[in-house]
Write a protein that binds this ligand. Structure first.
Ligand SMILES: Cc1cc2nc3c(=O)[nH]c(=O)nc-3n(C[C@H](O)[C@H](O)[C@H](O)COP(=O)(O)OP(=O)(O)OC[C@H]3O[C@@H](n4cnc5c(N)ncnc54)[C@H](O)[C@@H]3O)c2cc1C
Ligand code: SF4
Length: 506
């Protein structure tokens, strides 16, 4: 029996379920670079380079093992431009008895896969993606019958399942959460480590040239590309993070600093999401650092929470709630995305810094995504679909299963609180406390009104005013709504007028 094993661009793991039990003598691995996947949103040029270069290196490593790979490059003369077209062409090239693949990371591709099972006249086997720590079935079992799906309970459930940082049934150190220790701003004299970047090799440079030709009109700088594109280099990036980033990861995970694009963050999400690294091995590397005394408990717990907690949790929510999830708009936000998200030209220094880093690296760290570009989009009432398209386009780690719940749920509260118990709305005071951006800004975070007032200040109160009906009864917003209730009618009118003038001027 000959099996065609179709491996997608974010399934570049040797142990991916589609490749388990491969018969090297007979089976064929199909990999295809297709235009549709690079353009269904206009991905950052570095994201396209990362995926295509990693695919080419992965195919080479399979061939080195003696596995037959049928690889269709983007510029292949007959390339149909779509997964469906490339599978059809492959079936004409090879006599195969069945197709085997691993479930995809996007609902859009999942629907395609289901159609292949009906259309091709060859049995199609879709296998579970067992690279995650919690399967879709296990998440559904955990979620069944719960009124709300809070991250904290899911995280504790998985901590108990894995036994990570546990002493019997209790969390090691006696606490589940070290957020209080983990919310520091960066002291002026703190040394920020230089992070390992990877010079493109000949294969990657060839892909960069191709992307420069074919996708020159996509967002983002190409020449600053420094991502790892092989498993060996992704492992080197992991070691680098564990040594120089992890020990301080917890303390400064909410901080922001001018010119410091990575701070103490892992910058590993592109590799995890592509399959160059596995979630389990990344967590185990952090746990080893704790055991060896190389990183403190608050840092390691904070890091494990992101991967074992948030990453698994948003994936579970995505598959449980799709496709209806993407269409909700709880706050009825409908403003167009301002052009400065693409151009970076704005007088708000914090946003300008974040957008410049995004253009330069196809990366911004979590708190920049959440509390700068995300917070602004929430407060300004930008239509969820437009914000989601932006996030999916500009980041190297962006895939629908992880981008959508973060943007739709965590940032925009468009799911009505399914994912987060309250919107992460914040005024300029928060950004001023957690960054040094305000010192170089044309606006003043301490001013609430007038032309020099920080726009986040009036946008914040305006957001609470216009969303009073859906949000007032949220117990986590009791304090701000109490403050709002004490505000004079005149002050409210002033906030509305200043916000309207600002938004109309965007
Ligand atoms: C609006 C918005 C959009 C986002 N879009 C994406 C996306 O498309 N792809 C993506 O991988 N992450 C996304 N995130 C989550 C998070 O911002 C990134 O995972 C993180 O910034 C990646 O950088 P890092 O590896 O340095 O992460 P670190 O801060 O060092 O965290 C370590 C790891 O934990 C995981 N992680 C942390 N937070 C989250 C989270 N909220 N959800 C899922 N995994 C998490 C990531 O795998 C990350 O590599 C988004 C967050 C927001 C607020
Ligand atoms: S003053 Fe306001 S707009 Fe300017 S950097 Fe600070 S928070 Fe951002």
């Amino acid at each position: 029996m000959t099996t065609l094993r179709f491996v997608l661009g974010d399934q570049l793991s040797r142990n991916v379920s589609a490749l388990q039990d491969i018969d090297r003598a007979r089976d064929i691995v199909l990999m295809a670079e297709v235009r549709e996947e690079a353009t269904y949103v206009r991905h950052h040029q570095q994201k396209i380079v990362l995926v295509l270069a990693a695919m080419r290196h992965f195919a080479a490593s399979l061939r080195a093992e003696g596995i037959g790979v049928d690889y269709v490059p983007l510029d292949d003369a007959g390339n149909s431009g779509s997964f469906t077209g490339e599978l059809r062409r492959a079936l004409a090239r090879h006599a195969v008895d069945r197709i085997v693949m691993t479930e995809p990371g996007e609902w859009r591709v999942w629907e395609m896969m289901l159609a292949w099972g009906r259309d091709f006249g060859v049995p199609v086997e879709i296998r579970e993606d067992d690279r995650f720590l919690c399967s879709r079935t296990e998440f559904d079992r955990w979620a069944a019958g719960r009124q709300n799906l809070r991250l904290e309970f899911f995280y504790r459930y998985l901590r108990r399942q894995t036994g990570w940082l546990m002493t019997g049934d209790e969390p090691q150190g006696g606490r589940w959460n070290y957020d209080v220790e983990n919310r520091k701003a960066i002291p002026r004299d703190l040394r920020i480590p230089t992070r390992r970047r990877f010079a493109p090799d000949a294969i990657t440079r060839e892909v960069m040239a191709l992307v420069g030709q074919r996708f020159a009109d996509h967002f983002g700088e190409l020449e600053s590309f420094g991502w790892a594109v092989t498993r060996a280099d992704a492992l080197a990036a992991l070691r680098d993070f564990i040594t120089v980033g992890l020990p301080q990861f917890g303390a400064y995970q909410d901080a922001m600093k001018t010119g410091e694009d990575w701070l103490f963050h892992a910058a590993l999400s592109p590799y995890l999401n592509l399959g160059l690294l596995g979630a389990r091995e990344v967590c185990e590397a952090a746990l080893d650092a704790f055991r060896n005394g190389a990183a403190p408990l608050p840092a390691v717990e904070g890091f494990i929470r992101q991967i074992l907690g948030w990453r698994e949790y948003v994936r579970g929510v995505y598959w449980r709630q799709m496709p209806a999830y993407a269409n909700t708009n709880f706050l009825k936000a409908n403003r167009d995305l301002p052009a400065f998200y693409w151009t970076g030209q704005t007088g708000l220094n914090c946003l300008r810094e974040c957008l410049a880093a995004t253009r330069r690296n196809a990366y911004a760290h979590h708190i920049q995504r959440l509390m700068l570009t995300g917070n602004f989009a929430l407060l300004a009432g930008i239509a969820p679909a437009q914000v989601e398209e932006w996030y999916l386009s500009v980041y190297a780690d962006a895939y629908d299963w992880v981008e959508l719940p973060n943007t739709h749920g965590m940032v925009l509260h468009a799911d009505g609180g399914l994912l987060g118990s309250k919107p992460y709305a914040a005024s300029g005071a928060y950004i001023n406390r957690m960054s040094d951006y305000c010192a170089a800004c044309a606006y003043d975070p301490k001013l609430k009104t007038g032309p020099k007032a920080c726009p986040f200040n009036y946008l914040y109160w305006h957001f609470l005013i216009v969303n009073e009906e859906p949000l007032r009864s949220n117990p986590r917003l009791t304090m701000p709504y109490r403050t709002l209730a004490r505000m004079t009618g005149e002050r409210r009118q002033q906030i509305v007028a200043e916000t309207q003038a600002f938004l109309n001027g965007l």
